[in-house]
Design a protein around this ligand. Structure first.
Ligand SMILES: [Zn+2]
Length: 301
């Protein structure tokens, strides 16, 4: 039996963002599992980092020779929910829905996507899906629930990164952003034997400073054009009902295209996802299929 405890973090701060996408039944999406159940910390990572175990919520910055922080533009850092006088060049998605030409925001077939796993709730979703889909995972959850992560991959789903511990990236230093990305990638290297190609920022919080760092990893930014706001079902303040969400799904179905943002971080949103899946049907694509690209930058055997 997997024993896990919720880590109380500032994730709830994302609940009130305009395009916020955060969630959790227990106030958190980052879960730390029983250490015995974790992905073993690999020897190559010990040698490279001089660290012997997976980090906590604030992973240490490890310099990488292919990341040049002198090439990252100097834009003002900002906190969750606080949008300062951001210039057009900063191109913040969470503040102004600004997207870069390289960002993936939609799909020519209406398709679901799932953030914040893997968690025990993910298994229920897997049992109910009859087509390939896309999961954006947290590194800390990946190493905590490696068997669930492996099950996602074995079933042919596409896995992208969603940072190490669901950080609000525009508030972090360049080094802290690198740490959030590199540790999430190492979690996926060690657990799934692949190097991810796609990245979705927690809370949709991304500007051109964050983009510049993410691109140096070779990652493609994936956002969305249809937000279910499924996490509002969990806050229990009646901000959103299933009926409202189903009404939106019908509208999106009539448009026949788009990327739907959902979450597999909690049972409540997974139960909803299964209902949405029945409405949308099985003719869906992964993000890679949406843009006709490969699933991963690299696979290791
Ligand atoms: Zn998220």
């Amino acid at each position: 039996m997997i024993i896990y405890r919720a880590v109380q973090t500032a994730l709830l701060a994302g609940f009130f963002l305009k395009s916020g996408e955060c969630l959790a039944s227990n106030g958190s999406t980052a879960l730390i599992g029983d250490e015995d159940m974790q992905t073993p910390f690999p020897e190559w990572l010990k040698e490279f980092t001089n660290i012997t175990q997976w980090p906590g919520l604030d992973p240490p910055y490890i310099p990488l020779d292919y990341i040049d922080l002198t090439k990252v533009p100097e834009f003002e850092r900002y906190q969750s929910g606080r949008c300062p006088n951001i210039s057009r060049e900063q191109c913040s998605f969470d503040c102004y829905n600004c997207v870069d030409v390289d960002d993936v925001t939609s799909c020519f077939k209406l398709s679901q996507t799932f953030d914040d796993g893997p968690t025990p709730a993910t298994e229920t979703l897997l049992e109910n899906l009859r087509h390939r889909t896309t999961f954006f995972v947290l590194g800390i959850n990946t190493v905590s629930f490696p068997h669930i992560y492996e099950s996602v991959v074995e079933r042919g789903h596409l896995v992208g990164t969603h940072t190490w511990s669901h950080a609000f990236l525009p508030s972090l230093s360049n080094e802290e952003i690198v740490a959030q990305i590199e540790w999430s990638i190492w979690a996926m290297n060690a657990t799934g034997k692949h190097f991810p190609k796609y990245f979705r920022p927690p809370y949709g919080a991304i500007d051109n400073r964050v983009r510049a760092i993410v691109k140096q990893f070779g990652l493609t930014v994936v956002l969305w054009d249809h937000d279910t706001f499924d996490w509002k079902l969990i806050t229990n303040d009646k901000l959103r009902t299933e009926e409202q969400i189903f009404k939106d799904i019908e509208t999106w179905k009539s448009q026949r295209k788009g990327l739907i943002l959902e979450h597999d971080g909690a049972r409540r949103t997974v139960d909803l996802a299964i209902k949405i899946n029945k409405l949308v049907g099985n003719d869906q694509l992964t993000v890679a299929e949406c843009i006709g690209d490969t699933d991963y930058i690299e696979r290791y055997d």
